[in-house]
Design a protein around this ligand. Structure first.
Ligand SMILES: NC(=O)c1ccc[n+]([C@@H]2O[C@H](COP(=O)([O-])OP(=O)(O)OC[C@H]3O[C@@H](n4cnc5c(N)ncnc54)[C@H](O)[C@@H]3O)[C@@H](O)[C@H]2O)c1
Length: 352
């Protein structure tokens, strides 16, 4: 029996999470996996009524779970840095979820905005550093409101932090047919942290002679990904560069609504967290039309992490069949189905 902490969060998070659970229950039934779901009503509504995104003992409460299944947080009226730093970042950091893994595939039945690109051309995985780098809370403001006003935000790159994410990416590359790892850098403009990143990348690459390792400056890499996504396989980047790449690449695969992510503590010392890449989408929240596939695919990643790759594959296959069949698609994919209908179609296929 797996104890899963569920945080639906805000907006469409509350609509897609039930469909993710429906599909996980179906996979559980087929593969003999049992779940105990515990719901935590944290997020921006909680903040507006209690002044905090989660209770002070929130992390303590989550610690004992096998995994965390999250929808999305964010709402108009609550600044985005409050929702991010009040919930997601404390979970990612306290639980040493130092890998943010985002697979990107152009599934059959999806249309890439890139003319002529087929599923064989877009099959990537972004490995983003998730605990340090440019997203630090070290810095400050001085002489505010005067003509000497200044602000500093420090980037933090530790040897341990850089080595472990790069090594994880090489290990992942080893499992893929192409065995190609690309590092995102910007060592021409950022002259301390990025040459340091590059040096560690070069050193670690010597341990993996089977992997073809190369590096691109982040600006050139974004252009190359749009022009020739078929040239890439695994991409590794710092917190900021990984963040940029993991919005760009799902857009190439057709919709943000299908993109999954895993915040991993690979050593299993703490629970890992699984969430779609998209946010709370206030523009469509409450209409029942959000695409639940990003949430469902994140559930498949959770099963993989818990040691059930076959069950994870069954979910991915069912998503693929429903998309290819084309009858049950949400409006972001030019269909007319509801969030629930897509969840039901995928769950039914798994149990067929
Ligand atoms: N991890 C997270 O919880 C997370 C991630 C990104 C943004 N956010 C927050 O979400 C809020 C909205 O942010 P945003 O508008 O920049 O990004 P968003 O991802 O919520 O929405 C961007 C666009 O994509 C569409 N979209 C997103 N998910 C979809 C889905 N599943 N199905 C169909 N269409 C979908 C939305 O309708 C919108 O037009 C903000 O408060 C932001 O901080 C949270």
């Amino acid at each position: 029996m797996y104890k899963i902490a569920v945080i639906p969060g805000d907006g469409i998070g509350k609509e897609v999470v039930p469909e993710g659970i429906r599909v996980l229950e179906a996979a559980g039934k087929r593969f003999g996996i049992q779940f105990q779901w515990k719901f935590f009503p944290w997020g921006c509504e909680h903040y507006l009524s209690c002044g905090e995104m989660m209770p002070a003992d929130g992390l303590e409460l989550l610690k004992g779970y096998d995994a965390i299944y999250l929808g999305a947080v964010g709402a108009p009226g609550v600044p985005d840095h409050v929702s991010l730093w009040g919930l997601l970042i404390p979970i990612r950091r306290s639980f040493r979820q130092y890998i943010n893994l985002r697979p990107v595939r152009l599934l059959r039945g999806m249309q890439s905005p890139l003319r002529d690109k087929t599923p064989d051309d877009i099959d990537l995985c972004v490995v983003r550093e998730n605990n340090e780098g440019e997203y630090s809370n070290i810095g400050g403001k001085m002489y505010e409101g005067t003509d000497q006003e200044m602000v500093i935000q420090a980037s933090i790159f530790t040897r341990k932090g850089v080595e472990r994410v790069i090594r994880f990416a090489f290990e992942l590359a080893m499992t893929r047919p192409k065995k190609h790892l690309t590092s995102a850098t910007k060592s021409n403009g950022i002259v301390y942290t990025m040459p340091y990143w590059d040096e560690l990348f070069r050193q670690i690459s010597k341990e993996y002679p089977e992997v073809y390792a190369d590096q691109y400056h982040i600006d050139g890499l974004t252009a190359a990904l749009v022009l020739h996504p078929e040239k890439f396989d695994i991409l590794v980047g710092s917190n900021l560069f990984g963040d940029i790449l993991s919005d760009l690449t799902p857009a190439l695969a057709g919709s943000l609504g299908i993109a999954p992510s895993a915040n991993l503590n690979p050593e299993h010392e703490f629970p890992s967290m699984f969430e779609p890449v998209h946010g709370s989408a206030p523009d469509i929240a409450g209409k029942g039309i959000a695409n639940p596939i990003g949430q469902i695919w994140s559930g498949a990643m959770m099963l993989d992490h818990l040691g059930y790759p076959e069950a994870a594959k069954a979910i991915e296959d069912a998503m693929q069949v429903v998309l290819e069949d084309g009858k049950t698609k949400t409006p972001d994919l030019d269909g007319g189905a509801t969030t629930q209908e897509v969840g039901e179609a995928i769950a039914e296929y798994i149990l067929r």
